[in-house]
Structure formats: structure tokens, C-alpha cells
Design a protein around this ligand. Structure first.
Ligand code: C2E
Ligand code: MG
Ligand code: MG
Length: 247
């Protein structure tokens, strides 16, 4: 797929709860299979992880995302951050920090405009090693986010020591906000937790105004979800940027 140019990066806007304007985007990979059509990363990323193909694929996504973000800046859009998902295996390889550094140098993107997303399950493995890598990345000025927060180990004792910048509340809680008081309570609690320990917080999977208003009222910083925009191909997201962007 990589060789045949069947992979594409889509971009999903991240929106400020205060101004409803674009604050950033998350890069999400897509595979256009010639016969099977569009294949979800949830299907092929786990296989790429098993086979080791996640290394070239992950590097390609990182490069594409950083280059595109730099292009937007050169086109005169106010600078924004781009989120890139990383797999556990990319963390287990020794050269992650050097690879990321090389991509930033090559694309000319300043480190503060890159956010790397890791899941809790990554964060909880080989803790000392992960903390060391995250510290090096953050020392370079890169932001770190914990993806799907609340779905796995969520060790608060460990979170305390993790060098990260923000939590991404998993969409399963957001989607229950209206019907399930427990989901609403958990969402509120994660927002307070983040704020009380000095982290930023973004909610994933926001699909309607009620969910958005709830998050806004409880002080969530940003949201991401179909209510504002699904992940879009480059041309479409750039058009949306033109319509909705300001700082
Ligand atoms: P994720 O990083 O948690 O990404 C969020 C997923 O939620 C995306 O699915 C996005 O399309 C979907 N989503 C966004 N807003 C809504 C909404 O309002 N409602 C619903 N129901 N879904 C929403 P997607 O693009 O299929 O990606 C699935 C997962 O695949 C990602 O979850 C991430 O873990 C992984 N992934 C995607 N791209 C990459 C990549 O480049 N590298 C790695 N390692 N993993 C990736
Ligand atoms: Mg993500
Ligand atoms: Mg997520």
C-alpha cells in the first residue's frame, strides 16, 4: 500500500470550546484498497504492528503530517498544532527520538506544532523507558497527549510522573453524556483531574450540541468530533480551515 501510494492522511479539526474556532488537527491514516475500498486504521494498524510495517508507515504519517502543517504555515494560516498517533512498537525501538528530530529538521516544522499521541497502554508499559523517551521529546518542545484516556489502566500514581501535556477523554464517555449519569460524572471528573494537575484536556467523539455544551460548561478546553467535522482529506480540510480558522 505504501509503495503503491494507497495510503492517505486525513485530518480532523480540534476546536476550542471557548471560541468554536480551529485550534489544531489530528492526522489519521486511511488505506484506499483498489478492491476493498477504504480500510479503517483500526483494521490494518494492528497488523502493521505485528509485521513491523508500522515503522515505515508510522514514519510516513509523521513526515506527511509535519510537512503539511509547515505548508499551512507557509500559506499564511495562523500556526496550529498537528497530532500524530504513535504505536507501542515505535516506542520500543531505540531511535524514536532521533527519527522525530530528523523529520522536524527535514520538514522545517517547529517542535511546538507537533503533538504525539500515545495510549494509556503504551504509557503503562516499560514505564522507566517510556518516561525517558517522553522527557526527551518534551525537552525538544514537542507536546504529548494521552489518547483514549480512561479506557485502560489509568494509574493516577503513574500519571503524576508522566511528562505529558494533555489528556484526550475517550469517546465512549462523551457518547454516554446525555443518557448515562455515570458517563457524565466520569467526564466531569476527568476534566477536573486534568485541570487540577495542570494538564490540558480535549474530548473526542463529540457528535452533537448537547455534548458540546456539557463539555464547555465543565471547562473542557477543546473538542474533536463529527459535530464539527469528521476526518477529512487534505483539500476538504483546507477549505474548512479557510472558513473557520482564526486564533
Ligand atoms: P484515535 O487516535 O483515538 O482516533 C479517533 C478515532 O475516532 C478516529 O477513527 C476518528 O475518525 C474517530 N472519530 C472522530 N470523531 C468521531 C465522532 O464524533 N464519532 C465517532 N463515532 N468517531 C469519531 P479512525 O480514523 O478510524 O482511527 C482509529 C484509530 O486508529 C485511532 O484512534 C488510532 O488509534 C489509530 N490510528 C489512526 N491513524 C494512525 C496512525 O497514523 N498511526 C497509528 N499508530 N495509529 C493510527
Ligand atoms: Mg488519536
Ligand atoms: Mg482516541
Amino acid at each position: 500500500a505504501l509503495e503503491r501510494g494507497e495510503l492517505e492522511v486525513y485530518y480532523q479539526p480540534q476546536v476550542s470550546c471557548v471560541t468554536r474556532k480551529f485550534k489544531g488537527v489530528e492526522a489519521l491514516i486511511r488505506w484506499h484498497h483498489p478492491e476493498l475500498g477504504l480500510i479503517s486504521p483500526a483494521k490494518f494498524i494492528p497488523i502493521a504492528e505485528q509485521t513491523g510495517l508500522i515503522f515505515p508507515i508510522g514514519e510516513w504519517v509523521l513526515q506527511t503530517a509535519c510537512r503539511q502543517n509547515k505548508i499551512w504555515q507557509e500559506q499564511g494560516w495562523p500556526p496550529m498544532r498537528i497530532g500524530v498517533n504513535l504505536s507501542l512498537r515505535q516506542f520500543q525501538k531505540d531511535n524514536l527520538v532521533e527519527k522525530v528530530q530528523a523529520v522536524l529538521l527535514e520538514t522545517g516544522l517547529a517542535p511546538e506544532y507537533l503533538e504525539l499521541e500515545i495510549t494509556e497502554s503504551i504509557a503503562m508499559k516499560e514505564k522507566r523507558h517510556i518516561i525517558k523517551i517522553l522527557s526527551s521529546l518534551r525537552a525538544m518542545g514537542i507536546h504529548i497527549a494521552i489518547d483514549d484516556f480512561g479506557t485502560e489502566y489509568s494509574s493516577l500514581n503513574y500519571l503524576k510522573h508522566l511528562p505529558v501535556d494533555r489528556l484526550k477523554i475517550d469517546m465512549s464517555f462523551i457518547q454516554g453524556i446525555e443518557e448515562d449519569p455515570k458517563d457524565a460524572a466520569i467526564t466531569r471528573t476527568i476534566i477536573s483531574l486534568a485541570k487540577n494537575i495542570g494538564l490540558e484536556v480535549i474530548a473526542e467523539g463529540v457528535e452533537n450540541e448537547q455534548q458540546f455544551v456539557f463539555l464547555q460548561q465543565h471547562g473542557c478546553n477543546e473538542v474533536q468530533g463529527y459535530y464539527f467535522s469528521p476526518p477529512l482529506p487534505l483539500v476538504a480540510v483546507t477549505e474548512l480551515l479557510a472558513e473557520k480558522y482564526s486564533d
